[in-house]
Design a protein around this ligand. Sequence first.
Ligand code: LLP
Length: 424
Amino acid sequence: MEDMLQIQGVTVKELADTYGTPLYIYDQNALEEKMEEYVRYFQSSAFETEVLYASKAFCIQEVVRLAKKHHLSLDVVSGGELYTALQAGFDPQKIHFHGNNKSMQEIQEALQAKVGTLIVDNVMEGEYLCSIMKDQAYDVHVLIRVNPGVEAHTHEYIVTAHDDSKFGISIHEKEQLAQLIALFQKTDHILFDGFHAHIGSQIFEPQAFETEVEVMGQFLWDMQQTYGIETKCLDVGGGFAVHYTSDDAPIPIPTVAQTILRACEKQKTKYHLPLEKILIEPGRSIVAEAGMTLYTVGFQKQTPHRHYVFVDGGMSDNIRPALYQAKYRCAIANRMNEQKKIPTCVAGKCCESGDVLIEEADLPETKPGDLLIVYTTGAYGFSMASEYNRLCRPAVVFVKDGKSHCVVKRETYQDLLRGECTFE
Ligand code: LLP
């Protein structure tokens, strides 16, 4: 049994026997620690602070409940995420609704639920919101998503004046922004608080966030000087990197939190900004490392160039390798101590040549029935899963203090047909 991987005191064999594979497994303690760490370290004597969990990374009721337990707020981007949050009993005042194309129905749903903050992504959305707010019975806070032209691509980041992103309004469109804010300010039930920006995903350099805050500081000052617009809130987004492979050295949470806050303090002092509140929106970095996917090994084969091992899931439960060439680590979970390793290509069972989970893993010789664990699949795995090839979506279990709990049941063949209708 020593050779068997355990998660929070539960062996993966027990989990596989109880719930089947493929299986999304979360170390609940690890997940809660991340939430707690963000709240603990994102504190400042100069500002009020707020940590929003970007629920798109993994949005199920149980995670929303944990976010609530640890006093996080929530970022949602659709009616479905909003519904999940509300069903989980999340305080609507602490929900921030994002999205570049919220439907009118989604906006209505958000207002009906009395969502605390809407992040307006473009001018048309802002104007639409103003046209309907007069009939509302409560005040909604509004942030405008701007695009600061700081693009962070993992290890590189650039500042650009060109902006073709589908998200947000460019900070160079100051006149347009000023007009929109003026409209907000004269519309009943809209409280304009400030700006939001998000510069990318899986960012390793603290300096990327310093640059973002510097650019935003200058922008806030410009808006104040030219148009008299005073900003209370600045939301700097998410994008904090996690450890997928040994090549990845993410910024520790205390460092990232303090880097952002210090950069904000610097800008506040430099430009005498009336900034009162700073927000961040981590998604991946809260859930990724706490999550793993357990597979059962099936057949294997040798080609002239590769040794393939096939597992019972693949791109249907983790699209990231196929979509982004994302890299992962894995192990044979029932023989953790075996020394002899051979280069192995771990491929899924979907009918698609690109369905390769790990191009080259060092694994012991495997046999059918072995358990293979892929690490760091907790973010954007379940949330981007599909039923491609009519594979049933896996169950999700949380493990804590020697006990496992199923939080999402495995889909059944019947579930696959659930939405289908017949017609004469
Ligand atoms: N805030 C905003 C406005 C965002 O657009 C995102 C992510 C986040 C926060 C959270 O970012 P995080 O901390 O999770 O990096 N499917 C891709 C990731 C897409 C991220 C989209 N926006 C992936 O699997 O890598």
